[in-house]
Design a protein around this ligand. Structure first.
Ligand SMILES: Cc1ncc(COP(=O)(O)O)c(C=O)c1O
Ligand SMILES: [Zn+2]
Length: 403
């Protein structure tokens, strides 16, 4: 039996196809490449029932992932994160069925480990010895550590304002780390030059086709955890948009397999008001976004002024009757506190933005009564210690607590 039913790569813009045995980056037309599978073949050997007996990590879906030889799998135990009902917050927002898909529990503390696990594994299979990538921090941390696990070298470039902990994660992995006085788009240009000069494998968002397959597993897991019944709405904090594109792709593949029925969930791209190119494009009914000047937000992972896959994100929103919402930093941080107080869940600012968007969409009745809503918390709050500003009372050793 085959480990993977991957068939080929294809371009969503010009329909060119490529094989999965050689290293490919973008299509010759400049668009990102997507991975296709022999789903008919996979459906003959895999069923929801069989999944129940598999290990609780994302490799449980290996037939639907691109790594062809199991020996190339590079894993730290990522995936199968909990889908937890939030009863108090649901009541507070007047949403009937509210779940958090908590990605704070994967290695490196963000969902980026999924993309890194699958991306690095496939890179290993393709004989890559050194990769390079620009990052807003979390992806670089994940890729540097998974590269170390694979025995591969990496070069990571991030904005100097990126969360400090992510620098440490990259540095301790032994990767070459560079900080740029600019945005991820500036880091991307520097990586582009290094890739050309030194022949490195470009692991930039969507410039290699396999990261998205790792992120796809969030969609596979949500469906499986709900007993292969789809939720009504999924909210996702969107920067490069890979997670949202991946979830959309997963649900479409599950439909082809016949494991889910009915309409796909309405997908919601959540951004910060300080960087909302997808929201602007969606509001204007456009198919592509425009570069967002002087972007700024505390939710650093979604500070992406122009995403290479913006057209795929917008397609996912239009196809599923979804929408795009921008949230102020102040509102997202209030929501972060509410989640901790009501549910004991310390989410990252990006995740908090998605919860704030759910609240807004219920207020405006875009989310309706009786609906099931899944919010992606893409990372652990503990990766962003600076977002919480506290002044605890200091006590002398002999002091008593005065309540
Ligand atoms: C915590 C967090 N959430 C969300 C995102 C956005 O991810 P995507 O590229 O899938 O839109 C990032 C990206 O850096 C992130 O670090
Ligand atoms: Zn093309």
């Amino acid at each position: 039996m085959k480990y993977s039913y991957v068939s080929h790569l294809y371009c969503p813009k010009c329909s060119s196809t490529y094989d999965t045995k050689a290293q490919h980056q973008l299509c010759t037309c400049g668009a990102p490449l997507l991975v296709d599978y022999d789903l008919e073949g996979a459906g003959k050997v895999l069923s929801p029932e069989q999944l129940k007996h598999r290990k609780a990590d994302l490799w449980r879906y290996h037939e639907l992932l691109p790594v062809e030889d199991e020996n190339n799998v590079v894993s730290l135990g990522e995936g199968m994160t909990p889908l937890v009902p939030l009863y108090r917050l649901a009541r507070d927002m007047a949403v009937d069925h509210l779940y958090i898909k908590d990605e704070g529990l994967v290695p490196t503390g963000t969902f980026k480990a999924r993309g890194a696990a699958v991306g690095v594994s496939k890179a290993k299979e393709l004989g890559v010895e050194e990769l390079a990538m620009p990052t807003n921090g979390n992806a670089g941390a994940a890729w540097a550590l998974y590269a170390a696990r694979a025995g591969m070298k990496s070069t990571i470039v991030m904005p100097e304002d990126a969360p400090e902990i992510t620098r440490n994660e990259v540095a301790i992995s032994g990767a070459d780390l560079y900080l740029v006085n600019g945005l991820i788009s500036d880091a991307g240009k520097i990586v582009g030059r290094a890739v050309k000069e030194y022949g490195l494998y470009d692991a930039s968002t969507l410039k290699e086709p396999y990261r998205i397959e790792g992120k796809k597993t969030m969609g596979l897991e949500i469906a499986e955890q709900l007993g292969f019944k789809m939720p009504d709405v999924i909210l996702y904090p969107t920067g490069g948009g890979v997670g949202l594109i991946g979830i959309h792709k997963a649900l479409k593949e599950l439909k082809v397999l016949g494991w889910v029925e009915g309409d796909l969930p309405r997908l919601v791209a959540v951004q910060a008001t300080g960087c909302a190119p997808i929201v602007r494009a969606w509001e204007e009914g456009k198919r592509e976004s425009e570069f967002w000047n002087d972007s700024e937000t505390k939710a650093f992972g979604i500070n992406v002024p122009k995403a290479l896959g913006d057209f795929l994100v917008l397609d996912a929103l239009y196809e599923t009757n979804g929408c795009a919402v921008a949230v102020d930093d102040e509102v997202m941080l209030k929501e972060q506190e509410r989640l901790a107080r009501l549910e004991g869940s310390f989410v990252c600012p990006e995740g908090a933005a998605a919860f704030a968007a759910a609240r807004r969409l219920k207020e405006t009745e875009w989310i309706k009564e009786g609906e099931t809503v899944v919010v992606l918390n893409t990372g652990a709050g503990i990766k962003y210690p600076d977002t919480v500003d506290i002044q605890p009372e200091r006590l002398e050793k002999e002091a008593a607590i005065d309540k």
